[in-house]
Design a protein around this ligand. Structure first.
Ligand SMILES: Cc1ncc(CO)c(N)n1
Length: 230
């Protein structure tokens, strides 16, 4: 488990405040409450896993866009490292879980995205297609940062790591490595926001809030095992 604390700068402190209420609602959502307690219906977790797998394909592309939009090699390299780690470490965990549940890799990959997954990934990709590097950073930040917060909270919750089913999931998001990547994303967000005029900062904040709302919706979608109406 990881002990490194998240240090926010001036702008990321503002972002955190803007979405704290939404994040707290996510933490209290039955999907996460039950995952923490080890009582979450595996069918709901499998649904989540499949949707998250196709979500992560587009999410990884956000970091590829970050690499393209970066102006220095260090930033470019870090975004490409993040892309690599999503495709190989994070999605690797999903593949392991799928195997445990008897879901094939093909099944995972051919999951039909739900309405909420579409809303989230297409929102992100639209920001990437039309926005600046700072906008990309603001849109992807709640994903990393809120999972990091959930991972650490759950790893510290008494008994949460004793449940064999969801233990690996909690360990992934409370890991040192995930914490370091999140800290880097927070750092680059503050750097990119430095000196920007207020209307630009407000736009970044809007992306952060929107992605935070979509995170909440993603938990809720999984709990309801959302389907297309027709
Ligand atoms: C929906 C969603 N948000 C954030 C993460 C963490 O990267 C994830 N795996 N899935």
């Amino acid at each position: 488990m990881q002990t490194e604390t998240i240090i926010t700068g001036k702008f990321t402190g503002r972002l955190y405040e803007s979405s704290k209420g939404i994040w707290e609602r996510s933490h209290r959502h039955p999907f996460l409450e039950e995952l923490k307690a080890g009582t979450l219906d595996p069918a709901k977790f499998i649904y989540y896993l499949k949707q998250d797998y196709v979500y992560l394909i587009d999410y990884a592309k956000m970091f590829a866009y970050g690499s393209i939009k970066a102006n220095d090699l260090l930033t470019m390299g870090k975004f490409s490292e993040l892309c690599h780690s999503i495709l190989n470490v994070e999605m690797g965990l999903h593949r392991q879980y799928a195997e445990r549940f008897g879901v094939t890799r093909e099944e995972l990959e051919s999951t039909e995205p739900s309405p909420t997954t579409i809303a989230y990934t297409k929102y992100l990709l639209d920001v990437a297609a039309h926005g600046s590097l700072a906008e990309v950073a603001a849109a992807v930040l709640p994903c990393m940062w809120s999972y990091r917060e959930i991972g650490v909270l759950f790893a510290e919750a008494p008994g949460a790591l004793d449940h064999p089913l969801y233990r690996d999931w909690i360990l992934m998001y409370s890991s040192e490595e995930f914490g370091e990547l999140t800290s880097w994303c927070i750092g680059i967000m503050d750097e990119l926001a430095e000196g920007l005029p207020e209307p630009e900062l407000a736009k970044l904040e809007q992306h952060f809030i929107m992605a935070s709302k979509l995170e909440y919706m993603f938990w809720d979608m999984a709990y309801r095992e959302e389907e297309w109406p027709a």
